[in-house]
Design a protein around this ligand. Structure first.
Ligand SMILES: [Zn+2]
Length: 304
């Protein structure tokens, strides 16, 4: 139902690694987004497979935005294929300075190997990838520098983390970035104005039920707008779930020290919650457990 032209292949990954989109043409292939650092061996194996490049030279790696789960394989792929890395113009200064706080790397207990910016992608420009025209459109909100890519001919939207089938990527609270929440609304309104047949999201399967997904995204946004505490708590829960997926399990007894040590938890706690580290850890775990995102196994916490 979400039929894609034959030169597009999507490797649907999980929540630790973004999807990898392969766009092939006789001139060579483009890959959009490279997954998380921990998954680099699998990412390289998928790209080298028959469904992947299958011997076609990789001429460019593109990022929708520069979060660890979308750029974690950049360095390894550039090394393996000798290809340049193209990324949104507003990400370039952050990558060149390797601003690990704004990029939510060590600041959020995530990592990526450093890499060089090869080409800058501009909002409003059109690129030919896989013999298809892709309009780069600014999609700030979850990441203020993010782009989405839209192909009008087949009405395909490569949405990154600006739109998933169920929601979109975490947004920073207004006290941390006053522009983020209004930008999220403007981006959803922009997306709603597009004529879309298939969405290839940054996470999850490609989907065709675009309008219901937009409705869910707007509902979610309305629930978060004007409730900074909820936005802040949600961000920390997403990041803790990511850390659990990354480590596979964490010792419950170590969590208070963890949320006291990793800067984003410490900063958000000081700014929004004013809890003891033990109470912050307990609150996050309780809420994640209640929605079935994590499980207690003896002294350990694991992803559900
Ligand atoms: Zn993201």
């Amino acid at each position: 139902m979400s039929a894609l032209p034959p030169q597009i292949h999507v490797f649907v990954r999980d929540w630790l690694s973004s999807n990898n989109i392969v766009l092939k043409s006789s001139d060579g292939a483009i890959v959009i987004d490279s997954g998380y650092g921990r998954h680099v061996p699998l990412t390289l194996a998928l790209l080298a497979s028959r469904q992947g490049l299958d011997g076609v030279p990789l001429i460019k790696l593109v990022n929708t935005h520069c979060h660890s789960d979308h750029m974690g394989g950049n360095a390894a792929i550039a090394r393996a294929y000798g290809c340049p890395i193209a990324l949104p113009a507003s990400e370039a200064p952050l990558i060149e300075a390797w601003d690990t706080k704004t990029l939510l790397l060590d600041y959020a207990d995530q990592y990526a190997d450093r890499f060089a910016v090869g080409e800058i992608l501009e909002a409003g420009a059109t690129y030919i990838w896989g013999d298809l025209e892709w309009q780069a459109i600014a999609a700030p909100g979850h990441d203020m520098a993010a782009l989405v890519f839209y192909n009008p001919e087949h009405r395909i939207l490569v949405s990154g983390d600006a739109l998933w089938r169920n929601g979109y990527g975490l947004v920073l609270p207004p006290e941390v970035d006053a522009a983020a929440m209004p930008a999220t609304r403007a981006t959803l309104e922009m997306l709603a104005s597009l004529d879309v047949r298939v969405v290839i999201p940054g996470h999850g399967d490609p989907f065709s039920d675009f309008e219901p997904a937009m409705d869910r995204a707007f509902k979610r946004l309305a629930a978060f707008e004007g409730d900074s505490l909820r936005v802040a708590r949600h961000a920390l829960k997403v990041l803790l779930t990511f850390a659990l997926l990354d480590r596979r399990q964490m010792c419950l007894a170590d969590l208070p020290a963890y949320v006291d040590r990793v800067p984003i938890y410490r900063d958000f706690n000081a700014r929004f919650f004013g809890l003891t580290p033990a109470d912050l850890a307990a609150t996050l775990v309780d809420e994640l457990e209640r929605v079935g995102a994590v499980r207690r196994r003896g002294e350990f916490l694991t992803p559900a």
